[in-house]
Design a protein. Structure first.
Length: 461
């Protein structure tokens, strides 16, 4: 389990075997369509960019091929369509955000592999005692705190066996614990810049546009309230909506095999992690530099091996992010982003209420993210949101925050996010369970976002 925590991202996002032939046919059809549009019909650069955007959106939504592979098709397509030169199409792989992602995955891998997270979870289990309410509260608080800095998928994978043990000792159904665990992880990821990929994605788009950047804990202004709202909801109305069906697991599934961890490695990893946090909070160096130093120290100090470090990285996330970055540039240079923004503004009116704009962006983003990667969703819509903000003279930060929050609110379907998928089978959940519990929480997140975003990020600057 130590080296596979983050690989689950790719596994749960990979298409089923019967889809492979369909995926190949769709990709071939899209390639022919692009060839015809470019070579025969001589479409403009903006039209070709929109065509490529539409193609990759189809691949992302239906996952006919792995989304990381779909993202890698984007730079090649933009080059073929002569929207971007060859020197620019792979610039995403040199982006500091990709380095930041990689470093955090390695540090997170060290936290998991040395057993630090498991120990924290076990202590929390003892504190919670044999009460369902305190067990639910403890699980959600712990998962929210850990996922604010570490991989959501890894956090769920480590805490899930502890929750299963909880359910046995407390005498409650596991269905009462696992879905709150997954949802708290999704909301907790909104607390920091590195808590979830959409946060870093919108920050990269903002920085690339020369409009500044978000602070490391700036997202906490919206992330902490949303997490509190989510926890309160899941302890009250959401608790009523949670299923309580009996589910008898195999003994081996409930109690994970005992592991003997190295105390020295745990201390070193904890010191590295604390040092990284201090560096980030005090802004001692660029985030990519700090995470790289921390990742190197983890390997050099022996808290995990080189192969374990490579195994802890979610390569699908890195390729997805790096592959989609040129799309933001293409939307800019081709004028396609301006066209989309103008279309939205024309539809809503030049004097559209900013709250209406935020509502439309939230609804569009959260609708897509229920069925596609939240990273891909943020990467697709952030550049468009930036153009809309520019056209309406709205604070770009307020628009991008809305998109980031909405992309992370993949709460209503089991395929919306890897944590949701991870708990589905062990919890014995059905699709309707996610809808029944997730939709009210989604509405609460929307209302909270609409109220708080203008408070912390004024719509007009």
């Amino acid at each position: 389990m130590k080296n596979k925590l983050f690989e689950r991202d790719l596994q749960f996002r990979s298409p089923a075997a019967p889809k492979k032939q369909i995926g190949f046919a769709v990709v071939a059809a899209e390639a022919i369509l692009l060839f015809v549009a470019h070579s025969i019909l001589h479409w403009s650069a903006s039209s070709l960019t929109l065509l490529i955007l539409g193609m990759v959106s189809v691949l992302f939504i239906f996952e006919l091929i792995p989304i990381a592979i779909a993202a890698l098709c984007v730079p090649v397509a933009l080059w073929y369509a002569e929207v971007l030169p060859a020197s620019d199409i792979f610039s995403g792989f040199c982006d500091s955000t990709v380095v930041l992602f990689g470093g955090m995955f390695v540090v997170g891998g060290a936290m998991f592999s040395t057993g630090i997270v498991s120990i924290i979870g076990s202590k929390m289990a003892r504190i919670a005692g044999k009460n369902e309410t305190t067990a639910m509260l403890g699980v959600m608080l712990l998962s929210a705190v850990l996922s604010s800095m570490l991989s959501n998928t890894g956090t769920v994978a480590v805490l899930m066996p502890i929750c299963l043990g909880f359910s046995k000792s407390v005498g409650c159904s596991r269905t009462r614990l696992l879905l709150p665990l997954a949802m708290a992880c999704s909301l907790g990821g909104l607390i920091s810049l590195v808590g979830t990929p959409p946060n870093t994605t919108v920050n990269s788009v903002l920085t690339a546009a020369g409009l500044g950047s978000f602070g490391f804990f700036e997202f906490a202004k919206i992330g902490i309230p949303l997490t509190i709202v989510g926890i309160i909801y899941l302890l009250t109305l959401g608790r009523v909506l949670l299923p309580a069906r009996p589910f008898e697991p195999d003994e081996a599934e409930v109690i994970p095999p005992p592991e003997h961890y190295n105390t020295r490695k745990q201390i070193i990893t904890l010191l590295i992690f604390i040092g990284l946090l201090i560096g980030m909070v005090l802004n001692l160096a660029p985030l990519a530099v700090l995470t790289t130093i921390a990742a190197v120290l983890c390997v050099v100090c022996g808290t995990l091996t080189e192969s374990e470090a490579y195994g802890s990285i979610s390569w699908s996330t890195l390729f997805l992010f790096a592959g989609m970055l040129p799309m933001a540039q293409a939307l800019e240079v081709s004028g396609a982003g301006e066209q989309i923004a103008n279309g939205v503004v024309h539809l809503l009116g030049n004097n559209a209420n900013p709250y209406l704009i935020m509502s439309v962006l939230f609804l569009l983003t959260t609708s897509l993210t229920q069925f596609m990667s939240n990273t891909a969703c943020a990467a697709l819509l952030a550049p468009i949101g930036l153009h809309i903000a520019s056209n309406l003279s709205i604070n770009p930060k307020s628009v991008l925050i809305v998109i980031s929050v909405a992309a992370s609110c993949a709460l209503a379907t089991p395929m919306g996010t890897p944590p949701n998928t991870l708990v589905m089978k062990p919890g014995g959940y059905r699709f309707n369970d996610y809808l029944r519990v997730g939709l009210p929480l989604l509405v609460l997140c929307y209302l909270t976002t609409l109220v708080l975003v203008p408070v912390f990020w004024p719509l007009y600057t």
